[in-house]
Design a protein around this ligand. Sequence first.
Ligand SMILES: [Zn+2]
Length: 113
Amino acid sequence: MGKRMIVRRRNIPCSICERVMHVVFYRDRSYRGGHYFGKIPMYRKSELDKMRHRGLHKSNITPTWTVDVYNYDPKPYAHFEYWECPECYWHPRVRINEIRASRVKVAVKKKRC
Ligand SMILES: [Zn+2]
């Protein structure tokens, strides 16, 4: 039995609404207080322009599902930790991933200045 050992506490802003989450990390590498999605790569404009100029090709994920894939993989210059607070995670105001992704870009811009 016994309580799980807390190894670290961090105040992390939600990547969508910017509300600060109090995230607690445990010794067993679990955490609570927020939802971590991993590191989001950040790209320079020149890399994104290169990607746009090289164009797209179609790729089949399944026989009935085709997606557009960029011919060039831009190289990130840094990574940004993407976190969502429980409110944004469980009750998203937007359902489309693209909108979520654009909010990440906004969050990244704010962090840089
Ligand atoms: Zn939030």
